[in-house]
Design a protein around this ligand. Structure first.
Ligand SMILES: [Zn+2]
Length: 155
């Protein structure tokens, strides 16, 4: 199984290629910026390996790493958190729930206003930026675990 650093190097190392491909396909600048930002954030802070209580991505959250402890308890390592389709969704929904709880506390105690809305044109590039590093992570995990599985029982 690849180390966290290997995942990060692979994900961030391929980013210039993805951005160049987007530019070659005449994707406009704003969606490329949204994509790149989401991709970097996802690579650094929203790795599927947040399903481990101790991992490089959880350490990157520093003092806020406790926020991901329930996630690690909820999701078995390399289970749904590593599902190609559902994995990023679990972290997006988890983070939204944590953000909503934190926002509610800040609103009720300090009067901090709730955010109004998300710019609609950013949704697809941000989703692409969140999903692509996840898919690369899962690809690496599955590639390196091939041949390391327990042998099938005889008979
Ligand atoms: Zn993994």
């Amino acid at each position: 199984m690849p180390q966290g650093r290997t995942h990060l190097a692979f994900e961030l190392g391929t980013l210039p290629g993805w951005v160049a491909a987007g530019a070659a396909l005449h994707v406009e600048r704003a969606p490329l910026v949204f994509f790149t930002g989401a991709y970097v954030v996802a690579s650094l802070f929203l790795s599927p390996d947040l399903d481990l209580t101790r991992s490089d991505p959880s350490r990157r959250w520093r003092r806020a790493r406790f926020l991901w402890r329930p996630y690690a308890l909820l999701f078995r390592h390399r289970g749904m958190s590593h599902s190609p389709l559902l994995g990023p969704l679990t972290r997006i929904l988890y983070l939204a729930a944590v953000g909503a709880a934190l926002g509610t506390v800040l609103h009720l105690t300090l009067g901090v206003p709730f955010p109004r809305s998300v710019p609609g044109e950013s949704v697809l590039p941000v989703l692409a930026g969140l999903y692509l590093p996840h898919l690369l992570h899962v690809f690496l995990d599955r590639t390196f675990s091939l041949g390391k599985r327990a042998p099938l029982p005889r008979g």
